[in-house]
Design a protein around this ligand. Structure first.
Ligand code: MN
Ligand code: MN
Length: 406
């Protein structure tokens, strides 16, 4: 292909192939120009990547300064392939700014088990598709088992042992889910696995510990199982083992059963420890923004924000003080990050609903709305800063509208 025909495809074809980008007010992916500024690229190009990142290639004039990278696609994460499923992670190693939280995307086919394990970090989860059976036992021998489906959450405190198994239900072969851990340094490859410990304990010690003959351990796996095919479990009632009773605060929660906050531009569900008491270190919001709408200008007074884009396409600009601002484009499957206290907003750049999960390492969800702050501050003071028409300052809404229409 000649360079000229390649560029013609990039300029026309790539845009036409992406309705989301064609609809947005952003620049064409190539060449990198904004008005009189910029020039074409003479060297190597990555047109597919450039089309995903139009505002990185040709940033708006309001972007300025050096901001850390705030975007990672799970498509760039290493896939750990196992019989019955896979796992990939986005941690501080992939996205260096994400020190507070890390994420794992995992798939378990029906019957496949994420083996019995524990870890130092607390585990928060959102079921993306399909169903799973989850189990746990706490320090007092109290037990937990539940079947979770799309839009359900679970939360396992640090150190609490648990398991996850894919279920066949509604014609779906198992499940896929997102895990968020309350430490960016988490690694899915360094959890404490049942089989790993057994394989590294002498069999006479196992016999003494369990009060069983050594022969009982003749067939224990020599290496960890991690994810492996297992038998479909029976009804949930059969897996409720009793023990010392149920755990006092359930480890699962039906997020989609919550009535959302509805605004003209979309919907928001907030799940923190006030409605999901077990989840003491992770608070979450599920934000839906309709086409043309926007998650309003805001920031969070209580920590970093770890985002997962579930559907649609969005564009987030983050304001980092010292005249710094940078814009990133996101699509379903991407991770976004907002460092503590930085101002930000997210526009829906497509023609379908933009759905974003926002997680915070905090027992409570909290945000400060820029509009509400201005509306509730003495108006002459606001007018002196903004030089707005006083009548328009009076018109600012005092109520938060987490999602505003276009
Ligand atoms: Mn786990
Ligand atoms: Mn936010």
């Amino acid at each position: 292909m000649t360079e000229i025909s390649r560029r013609a495809i990039i300029a026309g074809g790539a845009m036409a192939a992406s309705p989301a980008l064609a609809q947005s007010s952003g620049p064409a992916p190539l060449p990198p120009r904004r008005g009189a500024k910029g020039a074409d690229i003479l060297g190597p190009k990555n047109p597919a990547r450039a089309a995903e990142e139009p505002f990185t290639l040709a940033p708006p004039a309001t972007d300025h300064g050096t901001m850390p990278n705030l975007k990672w696609s799970f498509s760039d994460s290493h896939m750990r392939l196992e019989e019955g499923g896979w796992a990939r992670q986005t941690t501080v190693r992939e996205l260096p700014v994400s020190k507070a939280m890390a994420g794992v995307n995992m798939r378990l086919q029906a019957g496949a088990v994420r083996e019995m394990h524990w870890h130092k970090e607390a585990e928060w989860a959102y079921m993306i598709k399909g169903k799973a059976r989850i189990t746990a036992v706490d320090q007092d021998g109290r037990t937990f088992a539940d079947d979770v489906g799309e839009g359900d959450l679970w939360y396992f405190p640090g150190g609490i042992p648990h398991s996850i198994q894919g279920l066949a239900a509604d014609g779906i072969d198992g499940c896929e889910f997102l895990l968020v851990f309350d430490d960016g340094g988490f690694s899915e490859d360094s959890t404490f696995l049942l089989t790993d410990w057994l394989a590294h304990t002498p069999k006479d010690v196992l016999a003494k510990n369990f009060g069983l003959p050594e022969s009982a351990f003749a067939n224990i796996p020599e290496t960890e199982l991690y994810i492996f095919p297992g038998p479909q479990p029976g009804p949930l009632s059969a897996d409720l083992t009793g023990g010392a009773g149920e755990i006092p605060k359930t480890f699962s929660h039906r997020m989609l059963a919550q009535e959302p906050i509805r605004t003209k531009g979309g919907r928001v569900r907030i799940t923190d420890s006030t409605v999901f008491p077990a989840s003491v270190t992770i608070a979450a919001a599920l934000v839906e923004v309709e086409p043309g709408g926007m998650r309003e200008l805001h920031w969070h007074p209580n920590g970093d924000e770890w985002q997962y884009y579930l559907s649609g396409t969005g564009r987030m600009t983050v304001f980092g003080s010292e005249s710094k601002a940078r814009t990133f484009d996101y699509q379903a499957g991407d991770v976004g990050y907002v460092p503590y206290a930085m101002g930000h907003y997210i526009e829906n750049t497509g023609d379908t609903t933009l759905t974003v999960l926002e997680m915070f390492k905090s027992p409570r969800y909290a945000d400060i709305s820029l509009t509400q702050w201005l509306a509730l501050t003495p108006h002459p003071l606001v007018q002196a800063h903004t030089r707005m028409d006083p009548k328009l300052v009076e018109a600012l809404r005092a109520a938060k509208a987490p999602v505003v229409p276009g």
